[in-house]
Design a protein around this ligand. Structure first.
Ligand code: BEZ
Length: 397
């Protein structure tokens, strides 16, 4: 073949390929194609309302940015993970392998998220965690492509040890579900409480998501500790505070928890939650302009009060938006994208927070008291608390 014929043939091929987009530079294609976002969250079961709030918070941020994130329109691929660890690997793989998502957003349950972490690490897929607190996700299993916009299980529980000790309690009973989030929350509370001189009379567990609390409440009544610390969330939290109050213990043995005990649950809990003190990285009445606007917009759009889960979903979308904006919407240079995500300044309803080196928020933990239908902030239990990120060795992107 002459050089000229070869040139004409190649030019023809290139023109055809450009017309179909198959040889368009990947960056140009990436910026025009829709962003494929895999949402893996619980929409059924005890954590269903948490999954819904995260989704709504995420969608509100998308809407506020003109239906886009980082200049890209979005195709959502959604899986109900049922907070079921045994189905988690298959569910995450469906999104990554079958639906070819650009990133995963999920989930609520610590056991389920650890399967997502493995899939994300194995495939190099970006994972943004909008709730699940499993310490290892930003600890021993930390990775350049794994980010969290919520908390580690260690974070909200640790300050409560100090709060309870300073309120004069010396002997505590703990109760939770026996799975990652429950066990890690208790461990963290215990660390904070016993370091100061408090002691744990008994640690009690029941399987997740069991809500047969009666035998435990009976035992608490007979042990007569100074106070009780629990980790429960969602439907289980509602049932627990109601059972505790119905047993007549609410005014006899003070009940404390990490803030999931009373977040997104107050309407259903009614009088059983009034006056309860909890620690969390969010409070309904946080006095900043962003929180007021967020709560107004969220209430107007969804007809319900915003909660911590909605904030975490909102911030997940803003993290992605900020990171993608810095790299002109492209997934082409992962190192640049992740480095931008590490630096994003999120105007969060919870107040300002920064991303730790392990990709977990460094944030204030508030002390809140339930007043009516709100978790009112009555103080800062711990300023700018950073998870210890035990075992995290961040490799290069
Ligand atoms: C968790 O499993 O990590 C979790 C679930 C609900 C609230 C907080 C943490």
């Amino acid at each position: 073949m002459t050089d000229r014929r070869q040139f004409i043939q190649q030019a023809g091929l290139l023109a055809a390929a450009a017309a179909t987009g198959s040889l368009m530079p990947s960056i140009a294609r990436a910026q025009t194609a829709k962003l494929r976002v895999g949402m893996m969250l619980p929409y059924t079961g005890t954590y269903a309302s948490l999954g819904t709030a995260i989704t709504q918070g995420f969608n509100l941020a998308v809407e506020e940015n003109g239906g886009m994130l980082g200049g890209r329109a979005i195709d959502f691929f959604t899986v109900d993970d049922e907070s079921e660890p045994s189905k988690a690997t298959d569910n995450a793989n469906k999104l990554v392998q079958r639906d070819k998502v650009d990133l995963l957003v999920g989930t609520v349950h610590s056991g389920v998220v650890m399967a997502m972490v493995k899939v994300a690490r194995d495939n190099g897929t970006l994972l943004i965690i909008p709730n699940a607190g499993a310490n290892a996700a930003t600890g021993g299993q930390c990775a350049p492509n794994i980010f969290r916009t919520s908390f580690s299980n260690w974070q909200p529980a640790h300050p409560m040890g100090k709060v309870m000790y300073e309120r004069g309690h010396r002997k505590a009973v703990t109760l939770t579900w026996k799975y990652g989030a429950g066990e890690e929350s208790i461990e963290s509370f215990k660390e904070g409480f016993t370091k100061l001189g408090g002691s744990i009379v008994k640690e009690m567990y029941l399987p997740f998501p069991n809500v047969e609390f009666q035998p435990f409440i009976t035992e608490i009544a007979s042990l007569k500790p100074d106070a009780v610390f629990v980790f429960f969330a969602g439907g289980g939290a509602v049932k627990f505070t109601k059972d505790y109050a119905a047993a007549g213990l609410k005014d006899k043995i003070p009940l404390y928890g990490s803030g999931f005990l009373t977040d997104g649950t107050l309407e259903a809990q009614g009088a059983s939650a009034q006056g309860l003190l909890t620690t969390l990285h969010y409070g309904d009445g946080i006095e900043n302009a962003k929180n007021k606007l967020f709560r107004y917009n969220y209430g107007k759009k969804y007809g319900v009060q915003a909660d911590v889960y909605a904030v975490q979903g909102y911030d997940a979308a803003l993290l992605l938006h900020g990171g993608l904006n810095a790299v002109k919407g492209s997934f082409g240079d992962r190192k640049a994208l992740y480095s931008a995500m590490e630096k994003v300044k999120i105007d969060s309803p919870r107040g300002p927070w920064t991303m730790s080196k392990a990709h977990n928020p460094i944030q204030d933990i508030y002390l809140r008291r339930v007043e009516g239908n709100a978790n009112q902030v009555i103080g800062v239990a711990w300023k700018a608390l950073e998870d210890p990120a035990r075992g995290c060795k961040m490799s290069a992107a």
